[in-house]
Write a protein that binds this ligand. Structure first.
Ligand SMILES: *[C@@H]1O[C@H](CO)[C@@H](O)[C@H](O)[C@H]1NC(C)=O
Ligand SMILES: *[C@@H]1O[C@H](CO)[C@@H](O)[C@H](O)[C@H]1NC(C)=O
Ligand SMILES: *[C@@H]1O[C@H](CO)[C@@H](O)[C@H](O)[C@H]1NC(C)=O
Ligand SMILES: *[C@@H]1O[C@H](CO)[C@@H](O)[C@H](O)[C@H]1NC(C)=O
Ligand SMILES: *[C@@H]1O[C@H](CO)[C@@H](O)[C@H](O)[C@H]1NC(C)=O
Ligand SMILES: *[C@@H]1O[C@H](CO)[C@@H](O)[C@H](O)[C@H]1NC(C)=O
Ligand SMILES: *[C@@H]1O[C@H](CO)[C@@H](O)[C@H](O)[C@H]1NC(C)=O
Ligand SMILES: *[C@@H]1O[C@H](CO)[C@@H](O)[C@H](O)[C@H]1NC(C)=O
Ligand SMILES: *[C@@H]1O[C@H](CO)[C@@H](O)[C@H](O)[C@H]1NC(C)=O
Length: 395
């Protein structure tokens, strides 16, 4: 109950600050989207310029201001004290904002400990922020942590993940038509969104709980690998679409059967990350060449490229190989096409990551997804090992 008020106050502080920065005239009519976004917190990887510009008409300077604000994060300690991470302290937003937020958050020391649930297991909720790749991290980490803590992770029935994958209720997962159970529960926050945070999992299970925000580490869910692979089965209409796309490519290159060809799925993400002030980096042409070269001794390779930057990709995909550029499909079809390739070359971003995780073959990844010294870099562990899987090949 108390939590709702705190959330409201926090939300208003955020909105007040954002409006101040943007001199924004359109908040009222866009309030509902903003509310959705803010009430679930920020993750720098989820909130990019692209997404923010859907809410505000902004230029890159004001986008930068917002994004640095998004770095303000605090964590719920085991003893229920709220604290800021060191990341927040050195970011560029105004100190007054920081103080305001701090004074508000400090009042939330008493967390609601409602345990009115009649279920045999406590529920574990996660956010649903950003796009498909972000949702998958939230889902998988919620699932993995629920399994370890003997809780039930919850996800919205017919929500984004459920609409793409054949999710089923099991001993760790509960599909619910709405997530009202998650609205008033205590929250725990990770310290870094792309790094494993053992403190996030260090809690005693005595109520329903919400965890966030990014949860972008395989270490939260690898011990539920098999169960998750089963849960994350693409729905039939998506699998059928992939088969028909692959058949078209076979025909084009005069192959008679799927087993005659080695599909190397290539995902090239650039676009939004080029202008991102947090310090995203994008894969270079040299990386693409090295990655393609890795597969030079594989027989009958066809590289299928999924990208939103066709022009760049056409220019820099190495020549003298069989390449098919795949355009115009939904993100989930692109992801499935990459997943059902024999091997994957990823570039940057969570979409690339999940396309690779779902793939059964060799995965090549770009080792420098964040600019050294940039804000984003700090959200990863020093060697990126919490983010990239150990058996993937970085170059
Ligand atoms: C962007 O917005 C800031 C703050 O409103 C303003 O000072 C700056 O001139 C704008 N830049 C451009 C390129 O419009
Ligand atoms: C917050 O964290 C800092 C640095 O880790 C620590 O010195 C401080 O005591 C903490 N504050 C609270 C209220 O736990
Ligand atoms: C980071 O924050 C600490 C503690 O507030 C401060 O001592 C240090 O000078 C800051 N560093 C930068 C680069 O702002
Ligand atoms: C999962 O269980 C919930 C709660 O019993 C139920 O409402 C929902 O329909 C079930 N979903 C599926 C896909 O079985
Ligand atoms: C978990 O929390 C307890 C109590 O605060 C602490 O003693 C312990 O060291 C923590 N463990 C880890 C792995 O952080
Ligand atoms: C992750 O889980 C899979 C399946 O259980 C296992 O084969 C693999 O070794 C695990 N990876 C790590 C690094 O623990
Ligand atoms: C496929 O075969 C047809 C007919 O033999 C030929 O015209 C075409 O050039 C071939 N295409 C490729 C990509 O080899
Ligand atoms: C591919 O095969 C050639 C000739 O056998 C060999 O020299 C080269 O090292 C191989 N390349 C890779 C990446 O394995
Ligand atoms: C990966 O392999 C498993 C087991 O062989 C299979 O069921 C699954 O469909 C494969 N997934 C993909 C994306 O190829």
């Amino acid at each position: 109950m108390y939590g709702v008020y705190i959330k409201g106050v926090l939300l208003f502080v955020y909105i007040f600050v954002v409006c101040g920065i943007l001199y924004c005239n359109h908040v009222a009519q866009r309030f509902s989207l903003l509310n959705k976004m803010f009430s679930r917190g920020f993750s720098p990887s989820a909130i990019n310029t692209d997404m923010i510009s859907k809410i505000f008409v902004i230029n890159s300077t004001s986008a930068k201001r917002i994004e640095s604000m998004s770095y303000h994060r605090f964590i719920v300690e085991e003893n229920n004290n709220l604290n800021q991470t060191s990341m927040g302290r050195n970011s560029t937003y105004e100190q007054s904002t920081s103080n305001a937020l701090e004074s508000v958050t400090m009042k939330t020391v008493e967390l609601p400990t409602s345990s009115t649930t009649t279920k045999s297991k406590f529920l574990l909720c996660t956010g649903t922020m950003g796009r498909l790749g972000n949702h998958l991290f939230e889902f998988a980490s919620g699932y993995g942590i629920a399994a370890r803590k003997d809780m039930l992770s919850v996800i919205r029935q017919k929500g984004l993940v459920d609409s793409i994958f054949e999710l089923k209720n099991d001993s760790r997962l509960l599909l619910l038509p709405d997530l009202k159970e998650c609205k008033t529960v205590p929250k725990r926050f990770e310290r870094w969104c792309s790094r494993y945070d053992p403190r996030l999992e260090n809690f005693t299970v005595n109520s329903n709980l919400w965890i966030g925000w990014g949860l972008q580490s395989w270490k939260y869910f690898n011990d539920s690998y098999r169960e998750l692979r089963e849960q994350l089965t693409f729905r039939k209409h998506i699998r059928d679409k992939v088969v028909s796309i692959q058949e078209g490519i076979l025909k084009k290159f005069n192959f008679t059967s799927r087993s005659d060809v080695t599909f190397i799925g290539v995902h090239i993400r650039r676009g939004d990350m080029l202008t991102d002030p947090l310090g995203y980096d994008v894969a270079t042409p040299e990386y693409l060449s090295r990655a393609v070269m890795f597969f030079q001794n594989y027989s009958n390779t066809v590289f299928t490229v999924c990208t939103l930057d066709l022009e760049w990709s056409k220019q820099y995909m190495p020549k003298n190989i069989k390449v098919e550029f795949i355009v115009g499909n939904s993100p989930e079809v692109d992801m499935a096409l990459l997943a059902f390739s024999d091997h994957v070359i990823q570039t940057v971003g969570t979409f690339s990551w999940w396309s690779s995780w779902l793939n059964n073959g060799t995965v090549i990844y770009y080792k420098w997804p964040a600019k050294e010294g940039g804000k984003l870099r700090k959200t990863f562990s020093a060697d990126y090992s919490d983010y990239f899987l150990p058996h993937w090949i970085g170059m």
